[in-house]
Design a protein. Structure first.
Length: 151
């Protein structure tokens, strides 16, 4: 159980990264398969500033030690509740018979960084409110953690 929560915390930590500015309006997608969880992250950015970040985690129950859909709900629902009721943050869990699908979307033009700093996995550079989240630094960080860019 602690291993599952640890893995999810690490994945969430990777979601909330750095700060800066330079490039052009576009998207970049990164993927990681590790310990029964497939994570796909899509960044929408202008210049070097990330505007929106979406993440989807596919969590295969038997590969992470979860015994059923109901067991997954007991584990993940309390975490999901923590992400509710924040402007610019959308978090939902879908439970299937053999896997859970976690979806997280952050709209960095709307989100109040101070309000969400306490959420699991949140880790921002200083002055993120002023500088924003850097696409370059985010990509470097993800790649250092084993993510591969999907082109």
């Amino acid at each position: 159980m602690k291993k599952i929560l640890g893995i999810i915390t690490v994945i969430l930590l990777m979601l909330f990264l750095t700060a800066c500015d330079s490039g052009n309006g576009s998207t970049r997608t990164f993927k990681l398969e590790k310990d029964g969880i497939t994570t796909t992250m899509v960044y929408t950015y202008e210049n070097d500033k990330v505007i929106k970040q979406t993440t989807e985690n596919l969590i295969v129950y038997d590969l992470v030690g979860i015994t059923s859909k109901e067991h997954a709900q007991v584990i993940f629902d309390p975490m999901s509740e923590e992400f509710q009721n924040y402007d610019g943050v959308m978090h939902e869990m879908q439970y299937e018979d053999d896997q859970a699908i976690e979806k997280l979307e952050l709209d960095y033009d709307v989100v109040n960084f101070e309000e969400i700093m306490h959420l699991p996995g949140m880790n921002f550079d200083e002055n993120v409110e002023e500088k924003g989240v850097s696409m370059v630094k985010s990509a470097e960080y993800l790649e250092s953690k084993g993510f591969k860019e999907v082109k």
